[in-house]
Design a protein around this ligand. Structure first.
Ligand SMILES: [Zn+2]
Length: 292
């Protein structure tokens, strides 16, 4: 009888997608079950019943995805995950055959820890020694100035500011910001302002040879909950009313234009379409294919 070792984890979370001349590699940073407290409107009871009716665990499970864009001979990474030691992004980058030294640009959707903390090792040093870091000016300006805290005595808020500042600290001198008028912060990657979750939260669109992919950042955290309840905000939404408007705007844009979309917290690799059905948006995952 053959003795086999039972698997205890997935094989690497790496998924390639061709968008015209561009290859987008989705790299999983893993995921985690999240507590209920950040949901500001939804009761745990209603949330649990919604999730269970969709065969999901409660509290909700969040994936985190990062995106490596192979474009014009350069490597741009969109978001970095929560950081070495917690997330599995670096393992998956290695599995994709890429070393951190090869990353030319790190483009950020926003500066929350689950997106920017992967810029540094636990000792505060750079993960991407050769990368320029690019982020919306509104985002950079907000998190770099402690005077922007709504409640300076709140330890959670203090931690968010400290983490954003620590993640960028070793890159001083290699940080570039862009503002509203600059629509292409990295060649071939368009920025679409989607503020609210954070003041400079930005979605990115990759358009090549008549194909398009919208990487929308944190427009949805748990798709089941927020597609049923578009007005559901989280405690970490800096400007909640604006976050709702940005969510509705990008969902409508994706549905109307029949766009291929993905996001940082959609189930890996998150690629799919948004369909409007009976007045509600539905996320339809793309079918897996072995070839690009
Ligand atoms: Zn996030």
């Amino acid at each position: 009888m053959t003795q086999t070792v039972l698997p205890t984890a997935q094989t690497p979370g790496v998924y390639h997608k061709r968008i015209g001349e561009v290859i987008v590699t989705v790299l999983s940073d893993g995921g985690m079950q999240f507590p209920w407290w950040p949901f500001t409107e939804l009761s745990e009871e209603d949330g649990t019943s919604l999730l269970e009716s969709h065969f999901e665990v409660s509290p909700p499970y969040f994936n985190t995805n990062c995106f490596l864009i192979h474009i014009q001979g350069r490597l741009t990474l969109i978001d970095t995950g929560i950081g070495p030691g917690i997330g599995v992004f670096l393992d998956n980058l290695k599995a994709a055959g890429i070393a951190p030294e090869q990353i030319d640009t790190v483009l950020l959707t926003h500066l929350h820890a689950d997106h920017a903390n992967g810029l540094i090792y636990p000792d505060g040093t750079k993960v991407f020694p050769n990368a320029e870091v690019v982020v919306a000016k509104a985002e950079y300006d907000y998190w770099m100035d402690n005077r922007n805290m709504k409640n300076p005595l709140d330890e959670g808020e203090q931690a968010n500011f400290q983490m954003a500042q620590a993640a960028l600290a070793p890159y001083t001198g290699s940080i570039r910001t862009f503002s509203g008028e600059e629509t292409e912060p990295v060649a071939g990657i368009k920025a679409i302002a989607a503020p609210g979750h954070t003041p400079g939260h930005t979605a990115y669109s990759i358009e090549s040879a008549e194909e398009q992919l919208l990487i929308w950042g944190d427009i949805l955290h748990n798709a089941t909950i927020q597609l049923h309840r578009l007005d559901e905000t989280l405690a970490m939404d800096v400007i909640p009313e604006q976050a709702i408007l940005s969510r509705k705007h990008l969902l409508e844009y994706a549905a109307t234009e029949r766009l291929l979309i993905t996001g940082m917290h959609l189930p890996f690799p998150g690629l799919g379409h948004i369909k409007k059905e009976a007045g509600r948006y539905v996320h339809l995952p793309e079918i897996w294919k072995p070839n690009l």
